[in-house]
Design a protein around this ligand. Structure first.
Ligand code: PMP
Length: 435
């Protein structure tokens, strides 16, 4: 019997004991293809020798130094690397231990930025329904997935939610992408005006919506319109790329494909690829300048931020991605994955939509393709698909509540960047069997 709360509540799970490449093994001798990278984390797969060697080297040298006293070589080197590859305008990095911590820090940075600028009255955050930004109270408040929020209301920070950019269900028949992008982005402007432009801090969005929606990318032009609305009203754009970032979509940052740069960006998951817990906030020069020219200090901090072991692992992961030109693989094999998914599921009566970018792909499951009718939530179809996939030796990230936190089911695929064409065939075959 387990004494772990998460496992005790969820029921019995296999015990993972090892892994190599795209495969994980359990204590009963069964192996699983990790087609979800856990939750879009394990982008180099398991047991990568270069990352393990970097961890050993760093453990031998220095495991921990508190950031109240020191910075460290790996943390500095990682920050340099992240800035080198960052979207335009980004000038500084704040290292934390995961995605929720990154989102919390970004929200607080945005708030303090306006306090430093003498606009402390700004207090509203605008975000989107359907999205997920983490489980700590601030990040949870920003998230728009009702299922996850409901039990914890009232939440601590005031957030307001607009519709996601969700072409499958919200784009009208015959409506062009341009027209839909304009209509979807207009909701942001309307909300800003309703709340009062000088009362709003920031708009927060996942560039490609991951866990709670199944790899929903924005239509062309949507993010560019969002960017210009934020600029028009002087509010900050925070892009949460915790799940879709660090190469997952084929470019290091997903927003590069939309030609948009945020004021603040959150990263985690693929940054350390699971070898150590790590997250980061990338911030732009004007935010740094407001702190530097004001109180001179970001009023925040965590004990393990900038952890040398975590930074060393993340740097090694990023070195391997560069050296082995893995983003090209993400783009090429991602296109192949899309092709195989279309081939296998485009006519499947229970697959309504196939979407995503790079090695970040989602299937939306429906009871009826013609009406897009969802399955009865009580069936917990996503959980059954996940369980069936596990029985077939395949890990997929399947969730319910796709549309509004209650209705809809989706399957998210986020295999390691080292996946091959042959692997893709097996993944699609096993997924087909599970569905
Ligand atoms: N933001 C996004 C977009 C995420 O997908 C997640 C994790 N699923 C988080 C934030 C929270 O990250 P963590 O679980 O590392 O706290």
């Amino acid at each position: 019997m387990t004494r772990l709360l998460h496992r005790a509540i969820r029921g019995t799970m296999p015990v993972a004991i090892g892994g190599a490449g795209i495969t994980l093994n359990d204590a009963d001798g069964k192996s699983y293809i990790d087609a979800s990278g856990g939750a879009a984390v394990s982008c180099l797969g398991h047991g990568h020798p270069d990352v393990i060697a970097a961890l050993h080297r760093q453990a031998d040298r220095l495991a921990y130094a508190h950031t109240g006293f020191f910075t460290s070589e790996p943390a500095e080197a990682l920050a340099e690397r992240l800035i080198e590859d960052a979207p335009p305008g980004i000038s500084h990095v704040y290292l934390v231990s995961g995605g929720s911590e990154a989102v919390e820090a970004a929200l607080k940075m945005a708030r303090q930025y306006f306090v430093e600028k003498g606009e402390p009255q700004r207090r509203h955050i605008i975000a989107r329904r359907q999205s997920y930004h983490g489980n700590t109270l601030g990040a949870l408040a920003a998230g728009g997935n009702e299922l996850r929020r409901a039990q914890f209301k009232p939440l601590l920070i005031e957030t307001h939610h607009i519709d996601p950019c969700y072409a499958y269900r919200l784009q009208k028949p015959g409506e062009s992408d341009q027209a839909y992008a304009a209509r979807a982005a207009q909701q942001l402007e309307d909300k800003i005006i309703e709340l009062g432009p000088d009362q709003v801090i920031a708009f927060v969005a996942e560039t490609v919506v991951g866990a709670t929606a199944g790899a929903v990318p924005p239509v062309a032009d949507y993010l560019a319109r969002i960017r210009s609305i934020c600029d028009r009203y002087g509010i900050l754009l925070i892009l949460d790329e915790v799940m879709c970032g660090m190469g997952r979509t084929g470019t290091l940052h997903a927003c590069t494909q939309d030609g948009v740069a945020p004021d603040l960006m959150t990263l985690a998951k693929g940054l350390g690829a699971g070898y150590q817990p790590i997250g980061a906030v990338l911030l732009s020069q004007h935010i740094f300048d407001a702190f530097a020219g004001g109180s001179g200090f970001f009023q925040h901090g965590h004990t393990y931020m900038g952890h040398p072991m975590a930074a060393a692992a993340a740097l090694a992961v990023q070195d391997v991605i560069r050296r082995d030109n893995l983003l090209a693989n993400v783009a090429a094999i991602g296109a192949e994955l899309d092709r195989r998914l279309q081939e296998r599921f485009a006519d499947h009566r229970h697959v309504g939509d196939i979407r995503g970018r790079g090695l970040f792909r989602g299937l939306e499951l429906v009871a009826d393709r013609a009406t897009k009718q969802t399955f009865n939530p009580a069936l917990k179809l996503h959980a059954r698909v996940k369980q069936a996939a596990m029985a077939h030796g395949l890990m997929v990230y399947a969730m319910g509540g796709t549309i509004d936190g209650r209705h809809g089911d989706h399957v998210l695929l986020a295999p390691p960047f080292i996946v091959t064409r042959a692997d893709i065939e097996v993944i699609v075959e096993r997924l087909g069997a599970a569905i």
